[in-house]
Write a protein that binds this ligand. Structure first.
Ligand code: CS2
Ligand code: MG
Length: 402
């Protein structure tokens, strides 16, 4: 079997997505997601100008060798553009492998370890009351885990709090917008939200919170301690993780479980965090870090250190990534929790898929490969629109982490 061609499609059915399609001489094709929020065209060019010419003529069955060829062979390793491009190729090859053997990807990586995939939804509101009501709606809909983010008095716009309850879209069209930040206001207010949530809904529901990398390690340790009475399922991205050792400080001080990894572009970014048991959940999915091939490896490594997975599932990754994540989640022994946000109707139509949601759980379906398709004709009706994530400054103007 040989790869005969590959094409990159950029479309915007509600938001921008980059899709790679790999064709073979046996009529089977594979699909990979290559979306990098706010930097989409760089990945499209990396694939079209540099990767696709190297794929033609290769045997698509040799997934590991192709991964090593693109990673080691480039000389310049890692980085989000490179690794997102490699992910798209890797996932498309797993898709081809599944279609060729007429079986879902989960059967290629060990079969099912569970019957369904537990997900968490995103509840948010402008204040505690609104957020608490939103959490209540998720519980009524059958969710057993809910992430809660609230507006903070004195901070005009806060990342992660959407204006639209159903469709959360962090990127804005045009040039980046600016938000402002006060760590003090945030740290004083967040425990009040969880106090209210526990008194309204009791201890059965799993509650999560995302700090979006905005705290220093010692501040994160303080927040983790303050949140201990409310028994969070996890506190996510408490501090930036370029300095993995920073998590030692947090870990020393709090029993609040920690999750990190949605921005990691290499499994090496998680090595110290896992081997020193500094985190509880790894947030990498089969997109940013080079695809399913390295994700399987880091998940097995994590399993040896009692670390579970919690795949990033925001809507700025296409349904191809979600379909692939679900095949991974249902199979591995140390699955923890899957993030789930709703794609728009237009996105779902451009990417018809076999996975489905039922009362708090996702099911990958039984279609061969990852089970997600791509409607090229429909996609062509939604051209690319430039959009960026907001940038964030402290009130004195200092640039801060988003
Ligand atoms: C968020 C994401 O889902 C999450 O946990 O942190 O919405 C993230 O901000 C976006 O994926 C960025 O593109
Ligand atoms: Mg996050």
């Amino acid at each position: 079997m040989k790869i005969t061609d590959a094409k990159v499609f950029v479309c915007s059915p509600g938001r921008n997505f980059v899709t790679l399609k790999i064709y073979t001489d046996q009529g089977v094709h594979g699909l990979g997601d290559a979306t990098l929020n706010g930097r989409e065209l760089a990945v499209a060019s990396y694939l079209t100008d540099h990767v696709i010419p190297m794929l033609i003529g290769r045997d698509p069955a040799n997934i590991e060798d192709t991964w090593q060829y693109l990673y080691r062979g480039a000389y310049w390793r890692k980085g989000p553009v490179t690794m997102t491009a490699i992910s798209a190729v890797d996932v498309a090859l797993w898709d081809i492998k599944g279609k060729t053997l007429n079986t879902p990807i989960y059967n290629l990586i060990g079969g099912k370890s569970r019957t369904k995939v537990t997900v968490y939804g995103h509840a948010n509101g402008r204040d505690i009351k609104e957020t608490a009501e939103a959490v209540g709606r998720f519980i009524e809909a059958g969710y057993v885990a809910v992430r809660a983010q609230t507006g903070i008095p004195g901070i005009p716009a806060i990342y992660g709090v959407s204006k639209d309850e159903k469709f959360y879209e962090p990127a804005h069209k045009g040039l980046p917008t600016e938000e402002s930040w006060s760590t003090e206001k945030y740290m004083n207010f967040v425990p009040k939200l969880f106090d209210e949530l526990r008194s309204r809904y009791g201890t059965d529901v799993n509650l999560l919170h995302d700090a979006h990398h905005r705290l220093t390690p010692i501040q994160a340790a303080r927040l983790g301690k303050d949140l201990e009475p409310y028994r969070l399922f996890w506190l996510e991205d408490a501090t930036p993780a370029e300095l993995q050792e920073g998590f030692r400080i947090i870990r020393q001080h709090t029993t609040t479980p920690l999750a990190v990894g949605e921005i990691f572009d290499s499994v090496w970014d998680a090595k110290t965090l896992i081997s020193e048991q500094l985190i509880d959940y790894l947030r990498m999915e089969p997109l940013r870090g080079g695809g399913l091939t390295p994700l399987k490896k880091i998940a097995s490594f994590a399993d040896m250190f009692h670390v579970q997975t919690g795949c990033h599932g925001a809507t700025d990754m296409s349904p191809i990534t979600l379909g692939t994540s679900l095949n991974f989640d249902i199979s591995i022994p140390n699955f923890g929790l899957q993030e789930y946000m709703w794609h728009t109707k237009e996105t779902d139509e451009v990417f018809p898929h076999h996975y489905y949601f039922e009362r708090g759980f996702l099911y990958p379906g039984d279609a061969p490969g990852h089970g997600v398709d791509f409607d090229e004709k429909l996609a062509a009706k939604f051209p690319y629109e430039r959009a960026y994530l907001p940038v964030n400054r402290k009130f004195d103007g200092t640039m801060w982490n988003w």
